[in-house]
Write a protein that binds this ligand. Structure first.
Ligand code: GDP
Ligand code: GDP
Length: 438
């Protein structure tokens, strides 16, 4: 599984700054604690060839009362969830009693911990570090989060012990899964477990009992109408027999890991609740990770007509930013419309991974251009000559021509629509690149 890094330290040492540098994701997921001004944030980390999850915490002040106590407890929770802990201190302010207190917490946990001295830009590094050797957490890692200095080598060091584990996990996924890997994610109680059970319990679904895999596996390979799939079981359906697992049913880390491991992700939303930021961030996260997106509005049974209209409007208003994702109104409990999800899952998978020939793409481009010419610029018409595929998942289409820099946004949208319609691309954005030969 993808490794998890937690950032802890007093407020103002630069945790958010480092978080933003490491994640670059539009959408951090938050574990919200009522009454806290700052929540635990989860982001998708990427640096060089490393993929990881980063957790940012509110901070520990050392004055653990009231709100600070809650902050401290969520830092401790982040440490629990992490594979490695980056303990940040402020190189400009020297050692602080709160730092020592946090160090005590960390010494008691068994997690590999790195003492990171931040804000060492423009100051004498040796002097800045001198204060912190006494903390006794091993080597010091000077960085300047705001400028990226030292960050790469810090992450290389912190993740080195997991390289093998990550590679093994990848092999394991390949080994244990078959067909399209489907992730089912959503907030607690939206009906994920019910949906997973329904999908596996359908007529003509054969769940493999694969030899050589543990019963605890989160990958559930199965066959439906002669096609193979693998459900990634974040909801813990399989494990619910284990008392310990049942306690923490919902975990953001597990959700993010499932998204990473999946090809296509079903985001489940409860029709009885309005869409909240968390839903939108989860969707954004799926897209950032380059996974195919399917939206399921669940608990559609027993709803009044006006309630249904309300949620449909809400979906239109708030999901306008993903017009290409198909929305299914389902009842996991009764099984209504659950089978329809498969057509969309297949289409979405094909959209993400298909390969199209240059001939085919060029033909679509030519048809689009002859139907509707690009505009003139400085007395000359913009020419679009041919198109080829630059990549997949998400699909990337490279269009070659002249003066493409001057192509208006409206024309680019027109082209995207054309390609999307003709190639039947759903559940994924298409990225376009325009190249000019003059
Ligand atoms: P957090 O409360 O620990 O999340 O700290 P923030 O990331 O919000 O940073 C607190 C302050 O320190 C902000 O004003 C940042 O701009 C500043 N800061 C963060 N990293 C650096 C750095 O590398 N160098 C300098 N000079 N300032 C930094
Ligand atoms: P999870 O936390 O997302 O795994 O949610 P569960 O599958 O445990 O479902 C939470 C609650 O919602 C349970 O009481 C389910 O019976 C109920 N539920 C799930 N799907 C549906 C549905 O389609 N319709 C209705 N009415 N209730 C549902």
């Amino acid at each position: 599984m993808i490794p998890v890094i937690a950032l802890v330290g007093r407020p103002n040492v630069g945790k958010s700054t480092l978080f933003n540098r490491l994640t670059k994701s539009r959408d951090a997921l938050v574990a919200d604690y009522p009454g806290l001004t700052r929540d635990r944030k989860y982001g998708d980390g990427k640096l060089g060839e490393h993929d990881f999850i980063v957790i940012d915490t509110g901070g520990i002040t050392g004055d653990e009362q009231g709100i600070d106590e809650k902050m401290a407890s969520q830092s401790l929770q982040a440490i629990e969830e992490a594979d490695a802990v980056l303990f940040l201190v402020d190189g400009r302010h020297g050692l602080n009693p709160a730092d020592e207190m946090i160090a005590n917490h960390l010494r008691r946990s068994s997690k590999p911990t790195y003492l990171v001295v931040n804000k060492t830009d423009g100051i004498n590094e040796d002097i800045a570090l001198a204060d912190f050797y006494s903390v006794g957490l091993g080597s010091l890692y000077p960085i300047a989060a705001a400028h990226g200095k030292g960050v790469r080598s810090l992450i290389d060091t912190a993740l080195a012990p997991f390289a093998e584990q990550v590679a093994e996990a990848r092999d394991q996924i390949q080994l244990e899964s078959k067909g399209i890997r489907i992730g089912v994610v959503g907030r607690p109680n939206v009906g994920k477990s019910t949906l997973v059970n329904r999908m596996l319990g359908e007529d003509r679904v054969v769940v493999y009992d694969m030899p050589g895999t543990t019963r605890d596996s989160v990958y559930i390979p199965y066959q439906r109408h002669d096609k193979e799939y693998t459900l990634i079981d974040t909801a813990g359906v399989r494990r619910r027999k284990h008392v310990k697992e049942a306690v923490e049913k919902f975990s953001i880390v597990k959700t993010l890991q499932a998204i990473q491991d999946a090809n296509v992700v079903i985001c489940v939303i409860d029709a009885h609740e309005d869409l909240v930021e968390q839903d939108l961030h989860m969707i954004g996260y799926v897209l950032d990770a380059g996974r195919g997106l399917v939206i399921a509005i669940n608990k559609w049974d027993g709803m009044q007509k006006d309630e249904r209209e309300h949620i449909k409007k809400e979906v239109e208003r708030r999901l306008g930013f993903v017009p290409y994702a198909k929305v299914h109104y389902i009842s996991a409990l009764h099984g209504t419309a659950v089978g329809d999800l498969y057509d969309t899952i297949e289409e979405t998978y094909d959209s993400c991974y298909s390969k199209w020939s240059t001939n085919r793409l060029t033909k679509i481009l030519e048809d689009a251009v002859s139907e509707h010419q690009p505009p003139m610029v400085k007395g000359r018409r913009i020419k679009l000559r041919y198109a080829h595929q630059g990549g997949s998942n998400p699909p990337r289409i490279v269009v070659h021509g002249n003066q493409t820099d001057a192509l208006p946004g409206s024309y680019k949208r027109y082209l995207e629509n054309k390609f999307r319609t003709v190639l039947n691309i759903t559940g994924t954005p298409i990225s376009f690149e325009f190249r000019s030969s003059e």
